[in-house]
Design a protein around this ligand. Structure first.
Ligand code: MEV
Length: 448
């Protein structure tokens, strides 16, 4: 029976096994005890056991490490400062596209980025079936107590200039019977702030429950009327947002694409972006291209790409139809390409202090604070998006992609250096596909 058809087994107490025992179990269950597979897992362990322990402990049930390319895209000019962006990404051509875009905009003034706001949001979701006016009265009494009773949690953040910005009572009963929220906004300075926000929210919930039990006007109800459902930050942070743009004159676009006028190129780009603004199918792919750049920087700097993606897509749908996050326009003689995206990131805490390569990524960026990192990541998004659109409205993306694809195929077929060089030449004018490359190699090999 091969590993595909073998019956899957449940296992008890797996997390209590040692790492070797876990790998042995996997190898026995899925690879017929093949010791080569054990060795493969082992080969990707860090040679220094203390370093390996660090990676093991980032997560649970760790067997080995999963390599991803850590690349760099140089020549970014952002707010008149030069950066080389660290990018962790498995998709070939993302780093190349970012680098091309950086070079393209570098002698046109570069990218201009600004953080518009840095508020994060957390919610205590609760049910309340009593009189609305009494709840308002309760909240008035409660709010200062929530601030006071979270003092031990917020003290340090306040010293750094952050903390709780506001707490509101939100009536959601039009959406769901008896449903209300405490919605709090926070400034978490240079940390992403998930732990800080969640600790505050859980304290809010505890205080609210206790105070509701003591609040005399609620005595008219026989049962407790405030029922907390859950307390958790929201990854939707539309007010933790950054804007980045790049502009130039139409004349400066003359050389953008050989043989195409600056005006024609700009018109094509604007039209392509307008399509992403009105069509969700196109917008999804368009925004995916933006997140190629953003996620690469977010991963390299040890931030939470799931949170960043989820937030970006919600923001893209904020007006009721999923739409493009970037925009392009021509105003008089000026072409502008811009992106507005919410980005909740941290430059202290979490992986930033632990992962050796995250530390190096941060060093390369000049150890930015969270606002600077927001601007850098958003710029990567805009750069990748611009490169994709530039290709799409001119040559298409396959030409560039296929070059990388060819190299990957050749690698899987163990092509020698000479074979790779010959293939590169041959496939300049021929369509790249697995069968075509295989046939090419067969014919080269049979002639040698
Ligand atoms: C591929 O990873 C990303 C693109 O599809 C983005 C786009 O279509 O705009 C090229």
């Amino acid at each position: 029976m091969d590993s595909k058809t073998k019956a899957q087994q449940f296992v008890e107490g797996f997390s209590k096994l040692s790492k070797t025992e876990k790998i042995n179990w996997i190898v026995k269950q899925y690879f017929d005890g093949d010791q080569q597979v054990f060795k493969e897992f082992e080969n990707y362990w860090h040679k220094d056991p203390s370093q390996q322990k660090l990676y093991d402990e980032f997560s649970e049930n760790t067997l080995t490490n999963y390599y991803m390319p850590f690349g760099v895209a140089p020549n970014f000019l952002i707010n008149n400062e030069v950066y080389t962006l660290p990018m962790v990404i498995e998709e070939s051509s993302v780093v190349a596209a970012a680098s091309k875009s950086a070079k393209f905009w570098r002698d046109k003034g570069g990218f201009h980025a600004e953080v518009l706001d840095i508020q994060k949001i957390g919610q205590v979701h609760f049910m309340y079936s009593g009189d609305k006016a009494i709840l308002q009265e309760f909240f008035k009494m409660l709010k200062p107590k929530l601030i006071r009773d979270t003092h031990s949690i917020t003290r340090n953040m306040k010293k750094r200039g952050g903390g709780i910005l506001d707490i509101e009572l939100i009536d959601k009963t039009n959406d769901l019977e008896n449903y209300y929220q405490l919605r709090a906004s926070f400034n978490t300075c240079d940390s992403m702030g998930a732990n800080f926000i969640n600790s505050c929210l859980e304290k809010f919930a505890e205080v609210m429950r206790a105070e509701a039990g003591e609040f005399a006007p609620f005595d008219i109800y026989k049962e407790p009327v405030v029922d907390v459902v859950m307390s958790i930050l929201s990854n939707y942070t539309p007010d933790c947002i950054v804007r980045v743009s790049a502009s130039c004159t139409l004349e400066e676009l003359v050389d953008a694409v050989p043989g195409m006028g600056g005006r024609e190129f700009a018109d094509r780009v604007v039209r392509a972006v307008k399509i992403a603004e009105v069509d969700p199918y196109r917008a999804t792919t368009h925004n995916k291209g933006i997140f190629n750049g953003i996620d690469s920087v977010i991963l390299a700097t040890g931030n939470d790409f799931r949170a960043v993606e989820a937030c970006g897509h919600t923001y893209a749908a904020r007006n009721g139809r999923y739409s493009s996050l970037s925009h392009a326009d021509i105003n008089g003689n000026i072409f502008t390409y811009s992106l507005e995206v919410p980005l909740s990131v941290g430059t202290v805490g979490g992986l930033t202090n632990l992962h050796p390569l995250v530390k190096r990524a941060m060093n390369m960026l000049g150890n930015p604070n969270a606002e600077k990192l927001m601007m850098i990541a958003a710029t990567a998004g805009l750069a990748n998006n611009f490169s994709a659109i530039k290709s799409l409205v001119t040559d298409g993306i396959q030409k560039g992609h296929m070059k990388m694809h060819l190299l990957n195929i050749l690698k899987t077929m163990d092509a020698s250096f000479e074979e790779v060089e010959a293939a590169k030449k041959y496939f300049t004018d021929n369509v790249v596909s697995y069968p075509a490359v295989r046939n090419f190699l067969i014919s080269v090999r049979s002639n040698s």
